[in-house]
Design a binder for this molecule. Sequence first.
Ligand code: SF4
Length: 629
Amino acid sequence: MVSPAQLPHVSSKSGFGDNVWRFDHILPGSVKGDGRIDWAFEFPVRRRFTDPDFDGLRTTAKHFLLSLRHYPPSGRPSRADHGLVRTFLALRTLLRWMEGQGLMRFAQLDRVTTNRFVASETDRRHHVTGEPLTATTISKSLKLVNDLWVQRSLLDDAPPEDPLDAEWAHKLRTPHAAGVGHPYTPDEIVVPLLAAAVRLTGQPAEDVIALRDQVQRHYDNAIGAGFGRTYAGRIAIKAARSFQFSTLPGEAAPWEAPFTSTKRLRYLLDRVIDACFVLIAWLVGPRASEIVGLTCGCIKEHGAADGAETYHYLVGRIWKGAGPGGRQHRWPAPAPVVHAITLMERLSEPMRLRTGRDELWLAMGSTGVIGPTPRIELGSKAAWLGRLNTGFASYIKLPDYQGRRWHLSTIQGRKTFARMVAKRDRTGLDALRAHLGHIARAMTDRHYVGTDFDLKELVDRHALDETRTALEALLTAPRLGGRAGRAIAARSQFRGRVVDAEVRTWVGNVLHETDMRLGTCDWGWCLYRRESASCLGDEHGPNPVLRTHSVCTGCANFAVAQRHRPVWERRRQRNDDLLAFPDLDPDSRALAQVRIAECDRILLELDDPSPDTAAPAVAQPKHSAQRCP
Ligand code: SF4
């Protein structure tokens, strides 16, 4: 066991024995409580963790936390101050559950007891929203009990055995497999989200900034002339009432109703700021604290060696796994993000001038224009989350997902970004291509994530998860379409079964023994082999230019499952609608008929209960070491 003497201090403000630990370093976007741990928390029955009954458990809990900082598990970085606070929150949940069960030692957390705890977490509802806990929260509980076991040699009270059975260990590796939540934003949400953000940061942002400048100027003049704040506000509104909002291309009316209140102006400014936040979070992938910590002048330009192209970088700081001040980092920034930062520099200018600070996300604590004594501070992460899910989501009318309101989070932006890079196929983002310019190309490059190794790992994990999920579905599907799909359906020993431990183990072994990655796209899966690739791909994978629905339907590498059916049904409908045009030229008519025939063939294969055993053989996954996209 590690003694307090070996763990000499908690921070410059707190010692090991204190009931409240106050830390020295908090992240940008943190609130005051994020920098402290209060060991005197209450249990439901009016007992506190600082009561003498809990002395032993409390000492071990403190040792455990500090051990993660001073003696982190092998291969893991030392836990920073904010990481300790987060681990404490998960630990507090466990301790409250233990108290309710009458457990006074971590040694009582055997596998059966731990399974009961984790099961109670999956049943638990969020105390505010009433929603089931997210997969991330549940995975934190799993990690916590796992860490107690991993750190056992440093503690005098630890779980007596590895507390996670194989099933939970699998869920720890793939949190979304816990059956709750979603690790990234699905295409049905991310496309309208990014489209709205791009739209809002165009001409509407210019209008809002121009209006703000005009209103603020009139307001300041009125204050300077000796009028009170309320009357100065009225003067400013009256003076700017004739402001004309633009009518956007393809739209019949101005994008916003005539200006009538400074509160509405502040609301619009906030929505433009939200849009900038969304673009940075979803198209670059930094964490919330890294975004909120960005400062004026954070975009740097670099010319390519041949002078043919110019690259932009977002320069900020990463705190995770770094020392107290974080470490500088550069993220390659696509055009929409460069534009978002330029807008943020203009939007934050009045706040920066008033405070003498240089952060881009300084926010005013009140609505309306900036008064003589404004309260300006850096918004907290929680405040950003609230803004994204209430203000921004409702302003852009974000659609529901599978009948439910979709909850946006900043970490989701990072995971979505990682998935988009990992997937290497952005067919779902077609609608954005015109706006996003080179990003579709840039995202196919693994180097796009720069030197953010954590993000690289996230990308690799997503590619692996995509492959794992696709393989499990491929092997168990009762019916598959596509030439490779029908061959697999005819031979798979798991056909028609649910995905159980045996299937997972088999797939896990395949992934362990090979570096196989399946190519996923909206319309099916690609079991890539260069020699049979109809799209003429190379040793790195399919040719993205020739890879289309039509080419894939004739390719021996292609497999389609029921989950892809809506894509083929929609494609058939679109071409059917096209044929209804009387003026359609003969070439387009013939092409539409060919496409309808392709869709019909795939849909028929998905309906057909008898797999085509005569289909050409495909490489069995076990022997495939081909690295696919
Ligand atoms: S054409 Fe064949 S190899 Fe190319 S992406 Fe489609 S299925 Fe894969």
